[in-house]
Design a protein around this ligand. Structure first.
Ligand code: HEM
Length: 414
């Protein structure tokens, strides 16, 4: 019988891997008791994770009633808009939304963001050496890993520079753990984001910019002619913000932490140049998967996963990417941080699943890789002698099963 799973436990949030390894040793998918008294299926094996993510019998549509806005609260209405996005849909709806979005997210458009990401990175890094030299540790999450992805999403959405500080503040509030801020402040931020994105869409319809979101509003076709309607665009703006910032924030923070605790790898990255930095990014994605689990799936019928594992219809299923990415059957010494395993010529491992698999494979993977490839070398070049100013084993992590990364990363200059 699998052990109880309590995602709110700080020890589990910091290091869930021993739990997942024990679970995997009992089988690649298991029905696990949750702290709230319910049960869910957790998929921890690599092959089974891929199989589930590619199988249409596992639906992404939340059960009827889930996430419905409560009519009397503007903040709930804003949250309800978010629920209409493509990650919450199955074919054929998903195919249509995805096709329109892929048409806007071309590699050329994403790659064209590089100079702007470089500039944003340099602007954020500029004050850090004097701050770090002043004696007090600097929180690298607050000063770098959080703002950069939000500013980049600002570029993607075509948010004017003058409004970026607001976007950053609202995002910070709605993304904060529930215990961190007053409820009123969070609700107000939801309302502001909702109003802001509604105006932004109207503005982009009138005056398209050269941003990706304008392409989505216009090139994808008009609403009614197969394009996205305003409600879908609003959901898309929320999805891009939330799918894009917290994940990338965790990638940047976890990569910085891994390099600070593996100085030999930092030296190798400095020597190895672009290819080694790219390997650092891939290994961080595998070793410290920023999205711990995918979004929840629900079986539409009875599914036999093989090996005696049968999931009944209407059961909740979570594919634990962090666990699949440490499956010893696929990745030798899975708990070791070894970027070199991703280098050309090395015995290449199976592709990691940090960006998911199948029809919902991450739409922003190219952008996330680009951000990390730009940000990490610049961070360590701007702050030589950077050291961790805290015990790495005591760092707080966000509770929950969806995203994973340090909440704070105090650093100082040696
Ligand atoms: C390190 C950064 C990122 C990671 C690890 C990541 C991971 C993922 C994963 C695992 C999924 C699939 C979830 C599921 O199947 O339930 C996904 C979907 C998605 N991601 Fe990302 N993501 C990252 C960054 C981004 C960025 C920067 C954007 C856009 C700006 C983005 C946009 C999306 C969208 C739109 C989807 C939904 C795709 C669909 O439903 O077809 N992601 N991401």
């Amino acid at each position: 019988m699998p052990e109880l799973l309590n995602p709110a436990d700080p020890g589990f949030a910091r290091d869930p891997y021993p739990y997942y390894a024990r679970l995997r040793s009992q089988g690649p998918a298991a029905r696990v008791p949750l702290a709230n008294g319910t049960h869910a299926w957790l998929v921890t094996g690599y092959e089974q994770a891929r199989a589930v993510l590619a199988d249409p019998r596992f639906s992404n549509v939340p059960p009827a009633g889930a996430g419905r806005p409560k009519p009397d609260s503007p903040a709930q209405r804003a949250r309800g808009c978010l629920a209409r996005h493509m990650l919450n849909s199955d074919a054929p709806d998903h195919v249509r939304l995805r096709r329109l979005t892929t048409a806007a997210f071309t590699p050329r458009r994403v790659d064209a963001l590089r100079p702007r990401i470089e500039r944003l990175t340099d602007e954020l890094l500029e004050p850090l050496p004097s701050l770090a030299a002043a004696g007090e540790p600097v929180d690298l999450v607050d000063a770098f890993a959080f703002p950069l992805p939000v500013l980049v999403i600002g570029e993607v959405l075509g948010v004017p520079e003058a409004d970026r500080a607001d976007l950053r503040e609202w995002t910070y509030r709605v993304g904060s753990p529930t215990d961190a801020l007053e409820r009123g402040a969070v609700d107000e931020a939801w309302t502001c984001l909702h109003a802001y994105f509604t105006d932004l869409i109207a503005h982009k319809r009138r005056e398209p910019g050269d941003d990706l979101f304008s392409a989505l509003v216009h090139d994808a076709g008009e609403a009614g002619a197969g394009g996205l309607d305003d409600g879908e665009l609003l959901a898309m703006a929320f999805l891009l913000l939330f799918a894009g910032y917290e994940t990338t924030m965790n990638l940047l923070a976890s990569a910085a932490l891994l390099l600070l605790t593996h100085p030999g790898e930092l030296t190798a990255a400095h020597r190895g140049g672009e290819a080694y930095w790219a390997a650092v990014v891939e290994e961080t994605l595998r070793h410290a998967s920023p999205l711990e689990g995918t979004t929840w799936r629900r079986t539409t019928e009875r599914v036999d996963l093989g090996g005696g594992t049968v999931i009944p219809p209407e059961d909740s299923v979570l594919v634990v990417l962090a666990a699949a990415n440490r499956d010893p059957g696929r990745f030798p010494s899975p708990d070791a941080f070894r970027p070199a395993r991703h280098l050309a010529g090395a015995q290449r491992p199976a592709p990691h699943l940090a960006f998911g698999h199948g029809p919902h494979f991450c739409l922003g993977s190219r952008l996330a890789r680009l951000e990390a490839a730009v940000a990490l070398p610049r961070l360590f070049a701007a702050l030589p002698g950077l050291t961790l100013a805290a015990d790495p084993d005591g760092l707080p992590y966000r509770p929950g099963l969806l995203v994973r990364g340090p909440r704070r990363l105090p650093v100082a200059l040696a």
